[in-house]
Write a new protein. Structure first.
Length: 398
């Protein structure tokens, strides 16, 4: 068999070299003050970024789009919500596309359209053109629905519509699905098809693939560097073990508020937060992240909770305890033994509530909390962890 062509080999070498330099540049930018564990976390973030950009960008065809995984409970970079799966379809702003599907039963199914290439440059400069909660569409009795994406509303069409920018062929559609009960809710099924021209698919040309691979390497670098910048900006808003509102820090799901902070604990300390959930809030969650701005593993550790799994005490207060060792409390968040983690609260269709917080020693914890604070025994904890592992793997991640 003939060996690889010089041109093909050069294209691959250019990609690999650009990717190597991208990772090195990110590590150099983040080196100061990071422990070996935190340096490994940054490498993990680079791997998850690479996976997301390879699937969505390397073979992207804006005339024949598909929903490709971007973030989820397995690809945990960029503070991926443990309750959510994220998929992207790259499209042309000058085209007309039909998104159709079945609603399913997840808590939120949300669409956005925007301009730019996710991960290229500062993500805060990605332009979001329009948002849509699929529940605002007309959903048929069999659960089906459709949304049209186009520069102008089609003549005679009165259904759900999201407007594109005809001058921007570097556009995208972004899909979020947020679940509360991981083992019972069923993900929506969605397709996206361009409908203003006949389908006539050809395989990607070598020059286009080479250009896309350069974009992948560039995205790995830019996205991770931007992540470090966003993280630094958010953490500058509050002292260690305190919280700040960061809702305006980046383009996000419409109607969602974010509360964020850095938790730093010694071996014998825990962080305690107390709050009441705003009335009528349809979705809220809290999760832990590492010092590379990636979510901690929520599949096999209780590193996140939401309004379905968290337990309110008899006085209506949710008491969240963050620490390395299981204190036998229902609302414990596991740091995995890390001394420095980040915490992120999300509040959908509601303002962030007032949250009181404190750092206490493990020895003081039982006397610090009310006697009727919700507790679990070891068997109950193992049952909950098993349910998490099953439920997250049932989500659409690939």
């Amino acid at each position: 068999m003939p060996g690889p062509s010089p041109q093909g080999e050069e294209q691959w070498r250019a990609f690999v070299d650009a990717l190597a330099e991208a990772g090195s540049e990110v590590h150099r930018a983040a080196a100061a003050g990071r422990t070996p564990v935190e340096q490994t976390q940054l490498t993990q973030s680079l791997v998850w970024t690479l996976l997301g950009e390879l699937t969505s960008l390397a073979l992207a065809d804006r005339d024949h789009p598909d929903w490709m995984p971007l973030l989820n409970g397995t690809w945990r970079r960029y503070n991926a919500n443990a309750d959510a799966t994220y998929a992207v379809a790259y499209i042309r702003g000058s085209g007309t596309y039909r998104v159709s599907g079945r609603r399913g039963t997840t808590r939120i199914v949300h669409l956005q359209v925007g301009t730019g290439t996710l991960g290229i440059g500062d993500p805060r400069r990605t332009s979001i053109l329009a948002d849509l909660n699929v529940d605002d569409c007309e959903i048929a009795d069999d659960g089906t629905f459709e949304v049209i994406l186009s520069p102008r509303r089609p003549d005679g069409y009165s259904g759900a519509w999201l407007q594109l920018d005809a001058s921007r062929d570097d556009s995208f559609a972004l899909l979020r699905q947020v679940a509360y009960d991981w083992t019972s809710e069923i993900d929506a099924q969605l397709s996206i098809v361009r409908i203003d021209r006949p389908i006539a698919k050809t395989e990607i040309a070598g020059a286009e693939l080479a250009a896309n691979l350069v974009l992948v390497a560039q995205s790995v670098r830019d996205d991770c560097l931007a992540m470090l910048d966003v993280m630094a900006g958010q953490l500058s808003l509050s002292e260690s073990n305190q919280l700040a509102d960061v809702s305006s820090s980046f383009p996000a799901i419409a109607g969602q508020a974010y509360t964020h902070g850095l938790i730093e604990l010694s071996d014998d300390e825990v962080w305690v937060a107390e709050c009441q959930i705003p009335p009528g809030c349809p979705y809220w969650s809290v999760q832990l992240m590492d010092y590379a701005y990636s979510a901690l593993d929520a599949t096999y550790t209780q590193a996140s909770l939401n309004g379905h799994y968290a337990v309110a005490d008899p006085d209506g207060v949710y008491r969240i305890v963050v620490g390395a060792d299981d204190p036998g409390l229902a609302n414990w968040l596991d740091t995995g033994g890390q001394h420095r983690v980040q915490i992120r609260f999300r509040w959908y269709s509601a303002d962030a509530p007032k949250i009181s917080m404190s750092v206490v020693s493990r020895a003081e914890l039982d006397t610090r909390l009310p006697a009727d604070t919700a507790r679990v025994d070891e068997a109950e904890r193992q049952t909950a962890l098993t349910e998490r592992a099953i439920g997250l793997q049932w989500r659409r991640r690939w």
